[in-house]
Structure formats: structure tokens, C-alpha cells
Design a protein around this ligand. Structure first.
Ligand code: EPZ
Length: 418
């Protein structure tokens, strides 16, 4: 079992390049199964979730070949089964996209219940509502989701909650359906737009992605093509906060600054200087940060996937901050671990109150999920009193490529012990 050892207190200086977006990549790969030909997908992050999905797709018959570490060629024409019940599927959340993709392609799908981070309940009722509206019958038997349709026919679907997964999944299932599907109250996250752009590049007819109404006019077939995944908004935000927590001076490169607006503005409220370029953000942080309040919301609100990292940053800001988690029922499980480092945080329901402390100290902590792990890494970068030893690193590996290498280049003292 790997552990990360961080000797904190080093000011991060320099530049870091952000990889492709995990949550776009894990949707674009299943989308490639709708293509009756070869898709070449560039700028994929080299992370565990992508590798697991690649294995799951290979088991379905797709020929998936890494051209280089970040470029995958997927030949979807060789797909021979609609059953995705292998061990890789159950380990990742995004395997639910295989339902939409296989249903769209074969009008039939059998997919093991998805795994992924645990934030209390993670229902998929809105995905199922969408598939059923398109004409599918969906059942769950022995931990396997089974969907079947004689044919899929476009219709109007209103999502009762703004759901990234349901929006993308319905888009996948509707791409090859007969007629036009309208998704009302759709999620507007950058990765929703990225999946639509990928599908359109392959021959789909999807309009409105990035707004709350998406229209998908079914087409008969998707052809192959080449596509480059957008940069990872959450990885970028994590490094912006890593720079800030060390009073650092860091250029975060290869990003789309517009995707970072809510994060940049909140960091500016904390007294951090944010300078935007075409494809970078320059973060310069003072030693003392100011408290602020955040509420996580669907895009363009403050992203829930940066809530734990922001909690760490706020824990050393002067004053009292309030964090309201507006997306997940239970995304504060990591707080107990963070408190071991000296952070002063109380949680009541979906609200965390953070009383700023002058210092964090190194101790042994464990990552409880992916972004919780990132939050503890930030605490480690700041802590001065002994090393921060972080276990359960496998969670962090699910979503951050070359974390130690990137932080080391910026001047951090971080090593992995196996
Ligand atoms: C995606 O999860 C991301 N995962 C999550 O990132 C992210 O936290 C989340 O979107 C919100 O931005 C991937 O893209 C693989 P949702 P997803 O459906 O699609 C409720 C990370 O750290 N809901 O937008 O599963 C749900 O309970 C991960 O990278 C229903 O009620 O999230 C939640 O409260 C963690 N019924 C809210 O909607 C449904 O059918 C938003 O969930 C679906 C969702």
C-alpha cells in the first residue's frame, strides 16, 4: 500500500501543466463505443480511472490502443457484446456511461452497478428516467443494470435534478435514436459540452450543450475522427489552491481560464492575486489569507469537486468561513482527517464552519476519496511540524496524473513510499 510523505512549508514557485479532464475523458471513452469506426482521442489524462475504462471497453470487443501516454485510438466497429459486467466496471463511477453508449449502439445494455467515491447516496434514477422516456425498459437484477429497447425514439425529458451523469448518459443514448430528444434542466459543466463536441465531431447533431436545454437530433451512424479532450478544471483548481496555501507564485498552464471563474473570484476574495492569460492563470498568494464563504452548485457555480481542497485553504485563512455543500448529501467525511492536521472545522448537515488557524501540523491521515485525498495533500504542503503521511493514495491516483512529479517541480518535498 503506497503512502505519500510530504514535508511541508516549502513555497511553491514555477509552472505546472494541467492534463486532460478526467470527468470528460471518462465520458468520451464510452461515447467512442457509439462510433462504428475509429476515434482518436487526444489529451487524455494518464490516470487509473481512464485505464480501467479502457480495459472495460476492450472486454466489450473494442480495440483500444495507446498511441502515446495521452492519445488513445478506439475502434468501436469490433464491439461484440452489450454486457459490461467485468471487475473494472464496478470500480469506477463513470462506468454508468456504458449503459447509455451500449443502449444507443445495440438497443441493449447490461452493466454492473458503478462504484466510485462514496458521498452518501448516489442514485441514478434520472439516468433511468431518461432511458425509459426514450423507450427502454430498465431493471436492476443482482447488481447489474439491464436496459433493453425495441427502438429508441426521441422525446422531451425534464431532469428533476441537475445531473452531469444523467445529462451525458441521455445524450449518449439519444445520439443514434430516431427523431429529436430535448433534455430540459440539463447540466452545463464544461465536460458536458466536451462530450457533445466529441459526438458532433463524429457526426452527431447535438445543439445547446452548455445551456440548460440540449437538443439531440438522432443520426443513423457516427463515423470516426480525431478529438482533443479539454483541460481538467478540477486539477487546475487544485494546483491554484496548492500555490495559494504555500504563499506561492505559480503559473497554472494549459487551462481554459473561463472554466475557473467561480474559483478565481473566490480566491481573489481571499486576497490572492489571480492573473488570467489565454490558456493560463498566474497565482500569487500572500502569507495571510482572508476568510470567505462558499456554496457548491452545479456549473457555473463553485464546483463540489474543489470543496475539500477549498476547505483546507480556508482552514488557514484569518477569520471564520462557511462552506455549504449544495450538490452532495454527504461530502464532509474527510473533515475528521483534516482536523487531525490542526484544522478547526465543525460540520452540521450540509454546512461546515471553518475557524482559521495559524498553522497546520504533519501527522498520519488517510484519504477517504479522490478529492479528500487532494485536500490532505494541500494540508501536507502547508504543515510545518513533521511530515504529513497520507495513506489510501489509490484514491488520489484515480484522478491526478503525476502528482508528486508536478509538485516536486514546483519545489514541494513529496515522495511516495510503497
Ligand atoms: C459527476 O458525478 C462527477 N463524476 C463528480 O465528480 C461530481 O462531483 C459530480 O458530477 C457533480 O459535479 C464524474 O463525472 C465521473 P451528478 P455524477 O449526477 O454525474 C443527484 C470527482 O471527484 N442525482 O451531477 O454522478 C446526486 O445524488 C467526482 O471527480 C440524483 O438524485 O453527479 C447529486 O446530489 C466525484 N439522481 C446530484 O444529483 C440521479 O439520477 C448531482 O449528481 C443522478 C444524480
Amino acid at each position: 500500500m503506497s503512502e505519500l510523505y510530504i514535508n511541508g512549508g516549502k513555497r511553491l514557485v514555477g509552472e505546472v501543466t494541467i492534463n486532460g479532464a478526467k470527468n470528460a475523458a471518462v465520458a468520451i471513452l464510452p461515447a467512442a463505443l457509439l462510433v462504428d469506426g475509429v476515434s482518436v482521442i487526444e489529451n487524455l489524462p494518464y490516470i487509473d480511472d481512464v485505464q480501467k475504462l479502457k480495459r472495460a471497453m476492450e472486454d466489450l470487443g473494442a480495440v483500444a490502443t495507446l498511441e502515446d501516454k495521452h492519445t488513445l485510438t478506439v475502434d468501436g466497429s469490433t464491439l461484440f457484446t452489450h454486457k459490461a459486467v467485468n471487475e473494472y466496471v464496478g470500480h469506477i463511477r463513470a462506468s454508468y456511461y456504458l449503459i447509455g453508449a451500449l443502449l444507443g449502439r445495440f438497443k441493449e445494455a447490461e452493466v454492473a452497478m458503478p462504484g466510485g467515491c462514496d458521498f452518501g447516496g448516489r442514485p441514478i434514477d434520472q439516468h433511468i428516467k431518461g432511458f425509459e422516456a426514450l423507450g427502454a425498459t430498465v431493471t436492476v437484477e443482482d447488481g447489474v443494470i439491464k436496459a433493453h429497447a425495441e427502438k429508441l425514439v426521441g422525446t422531451d425529458i425534464y431532469l428533476d435534478v441537475v445531473s452531469v451523469g444523467a445529462t451525458i448518459n441521455v445524450m449518449l443514448a439519444a445520439t443514434l435514436a430516431e427523431g429529436t430528444t430535448t433534455i430540459e434542466n440539463a447540466a452545463k459543466e464544461p465536460h458536458v459540452v466536451d462530450v457533445a463536441n466529441f459526438l458532433n465531431m463524429m457526426g452527431a447533431n447535438i445543439k445547446g450543450a452548455g445551456t440548460d436545454v440540449i437538443r439531440i437530433k438522432g443520426v443513423e451512424r457516427l463515423n470516426g475522427g480525431r478529438y482533443s479532450t479539454i483541460p481538467d478544471q478540477i486539477e487546475a483548481g487544485t494546483y491554484m489552491m496548492a500555490a495559494a496555501i504555500t504563499g506561492g507564485d505559480v503559473y497554472v498552464r494549459n487551462i481554459i481560464p473561463e472554466h475557473m471563474y467561480s474559483v478565481s473570484l473566490k480566491m481573489m476574495e481571499m486576497g490572492i492575486t489571480i492573473e488570467e492569460g489565454d490558456d493560463y492563470i498566474h497565482v500569487v498568494a500572500p502569507q495571510k489569507l482572508k476568510a470567505t464563504n462558499i456554496k457548491t452548485l452545479p456549473h457555473p457555480g463553485f464546483p463540489t469537486d474543489l470543496q475539500p481542497q477549498m476547505a483546507t485553504l480556508l482552514s488557514i485563512a484569518e477569520g471564520t468561513s462557511t462552506i455549504i455543500e449544495g450538490v452532495w448529501d454527504n461530502r464532509f467525511q474527510y473533515i475528521d482527517e483534516l482536523k487531525k492536521t490542526g484544522a478547526d472545522i465543525t460540520v452540521e448537515g450540509r454546512t461546515a464552519t471553518v475557524q482559521g488557524v495559524p498553522a497546520l501540523h504533519g501527522t498520519s491521515v488517510k484519504a477517504t476519496d479522490l478529492r479528500a485525498g487532494a485536500a490532505l495533500v494541500l494540508a501536507g504542503l502547508r504543515a510545518t511540524d513533521g511530515p504529513m503521511i497520507i495513506s489510501n493514495v489509490r484514491f488520489i491516483d484515480r484522478g491526478y496524473e503525476a502528482l508528486e512529479e508536478k509538485l516536486t517541480t514546483l519545489g514541494a518535498d513529496i515522495i511516495r513510499k510503497n
